[in-house]
Design a protein around this ligand. Structure first.
Ligand code: AMP
Length: 395
């Protein structure tokens, strides 16, 4: 796996695909610079080598060249985070971009305009990728959040850099973290899979079953498993057409020696609201008119026990409707149990969707080993798919 650490960038112009798809407020000011910070180690290494950086990114989903999607709004935040005056050019291909790159001196950083201003980007157009490739000597992919897209700037562009292409520091650490969890990992390995629906996590579960010892299933998806086993789940979320699948998963897990841990009790509510009346109920005896919106105290205690003995942990998906404080206890309990296990030496990876938001909301980011930066991209990696942006560097 070739990374920026294998290359000396002195006097080289690095064309870096970053993920600066950051949130902006109504005044078009960046409200969360996490993604810019995530790209900093790559940019700093290249500058320290004596190279220059040409940054290529998308922002949002522009239909035309709407000003609200211009990367010029990112310049100030990027300059602050990177500690250099970031230069900007209002195009990402053509004469003005090429001239700006030609004038770039070692140690300088140039941000190009939104690559999705061109429909050729998402179409994965080779001609467009060729034009982009004129803007650097070496192509670096550090945009993990876009690595599951076969777009011109994330994958197709590598055709023009057969030798001079590598992973940035962020992308490399995402790959290594997943490898630590599902590759050569320390046992026992536990996966916590939660979230709303079985259907959106089924491929993840099937892919991880071969690599884990314990599977904690929580959140809305647990009810399909409970109903399939004959439980009464009241008005809880369920996918009736996935009950057979749920039973097949339980059977497969047993055959592979994976211990499944489902909630045994829930916080049941009489409405999907912060103002709901609640009661603790066995998960298989939820009264009609009530729905399970969080895992109950016995479940939380059971899950904590499993996690405290785990040496490797993967967490994908909340075990309750954590966005409402009333139903956040289970997810906080899982987060704390993972943080404690991590402190005792376990490796923990949180990634692939809403669990990242939960970890941030409950200030646990620093207490787990790795928080993935790419929701969709991590989910696809967990599903066992090869991401086009990663494959293109490996080829
Ligand atoms: P996902 O994107 O599939 O990881 O699902 C995350 C969503 O699942 C969050 O918005 C949670 O509020 C929701 N969720 C978790 N547990 C439940 C539950 N018991 N009932 C309904 N929604 C849930």
């Amino acid at each position: 796996m070739k990374t920026i650490q294998d290359i000396n960038f002195k006097d080289k112009k690095a064309l870096i695909r970053v993920d600066f798809n950051v949130p902006l407020n109504n005044e078009l000011v960046v409200t969360d610079a996490t993604r810019i910070e995530a790209a900093k180690p790559t940019i700093v290494k290249i500058m320290q080598d004596g190279g220059s950086c040409v940054l290529l990114s998308h922002l949002g989903r522009p239909k035309n060249k709407e000003l609200e999607f211009s990367l010029q709004h990112i310049v100030e935040a990027a300059s602050t985070v990177l500690g250099v005056h970031v230069l900007f050019v209002p195009d990402c291909v053509g004469d003005i971009a090429e001239t700006a790159v030609a004038n770039l001196k070692p140690g300088e950083v140039l941000l190009l305009e939104n690559v999705r201003y061109y429909k050729e980007e998402t179409a994965g157009d080779s001609g467009f990728a060729k034009k982009l490739s004129k803007l650097g000597d070496i192509y670096v992919n550090d945009a993990f959040g876009s690595a599951h897209r076969a777009h011109a700037s994330t994958a197709i562009i590598t055709e023009n850099f057969p030798e001079n292409k590598c992973f940035g520091a962020l992308l490399a650490s995402e790959i290594k973290s997943l490898e630590k969890v599902l590759g050569d990992s320390k046992k026992p390995v536990t996966a916590v899979i939660g979230g709303a629906k079985v259907s959106s996590k089924i491929t993840v579960i099937e892919n991880v079953l071969d690599k884990i010892d314990h599977l904690i299933i929580g959140g809305g998806m647990a009810f399909t498993f409970i109903k399939a086993q004959g439980g009464n789940i009241g008005d809880s979320l369920v996918e009736d057409d996935k009950q057979t699948l749920a039973l097949q998963i339980l059977k497969k897990a047993k055959e592979k020696g994976v211990e499944i841990h489902l909630p045994v009790d829930v916080i049941a509510a009489d409405q999907f609201s912060e103002k709901a009346n609640t009661q603790i109920s066995p998960i298989n005896q939820i009264p009609e008119g009530w729905m399970g919106l969080d895992s109950g105290p016995q479940s939380n205690s059971n899950f904590t026990d499993v996690l405290s003995k785990s040496k490797t942990i993967l967490w994908n998906g909340p075990v309750g409707v954590f966005e409402m404080e009333l139903f956040s206890g289970g997810t906080i309990s899982i987060g704390n149990a993972i943080a404690n296990a991590t402190q005792k030496g376990a490796f923990s990876l949180v990634g692939g969707g809403d669990s990242v938001a939960a970890v941030k909301q409950f200030n646990l980011s620093e207490k787990v080993s790795y928080v993935s930066t790419g929701g969709g991209a991590m989910l696809e990696m967990l599903e066992g798919k090869t991401l086009p942006g990663i494959q293109a560097i490996l080829d």
